[in-house]
Design a protein around this ligand. Structure first.
Ligand SMILES: [Cu+2]
Length: 157
């Protein structure tokens, strides 16, 4: 009978959650494209689904890497450019995609023990105080579909 206790308690907590009208921001479809070169940055892509109130994604981090930057790839005068983003607006009730060729997170110095096929936890911090830990799927560079021109060779960001 002891084993039943935990699931029952979990069920008892559900109505309390469901009655909360405020919908929080969430993260889905997160994955990391591991750079084949340990000295070059890797990239993280994901979708942020806005909650019932607008907020901002203000930081991304992980215990298994040293440095993170949010970037946006834009095309200006026919040139692909990347600019750093201090924070990213997450409007209420809409999704913001970080994807190849657009917004992305650059990651430097990922722990070499992290391999394609594994998951690495990333923590997303929002301006409203919400913090989400998400297990990012780790893919090798060959297994992904990199956008043309993105992060080929040198990265000046
Ligand atoms: Cu970048």
């Amino acid at each position: 009978m002891r084993r039943l206790l935990l699931p029952l308690l979990a069920l008892a907590a559900l109505p309390a959650l469901a009655s909360c009208e405020k919908r929080e921001v969430t993260v889905t479809d997160g994955w990391v494209r591991l750079s084949p070169n340990p000295d070059a940055p890797s990239a993280a892509y994901f979708t942020v689904k806005g909650g019932s109130e607008a907020t901002q994604l203000s930081a991304v981090g992980s215990e298994v890497a040293i440095r993170f930057e949010m970037h946006e790839t834009t095309r200006e005068n026919g040139m692909m450019q990347m600019k750093p983003l201090a924070s990213v607006e997450i409007p209420a009730n809409s999704s913001v995609k970080f994807e190849p060729g657009g917004k992305h997170v650059m990651i430097w110095n990922i722990n070499p023990g992290i391999k394609p096929g594994q998951r690495m936890d990333m923590v997303f911090t929002f301006a409203n105080g919400a913090q989400i830990e998400y297990p990012m799927a780790v893919r090798g560079a060959a297994g992904a579909a990199p956008a043309a021109g993105e992060h080929a060779g040198n990265h000046s960001g």
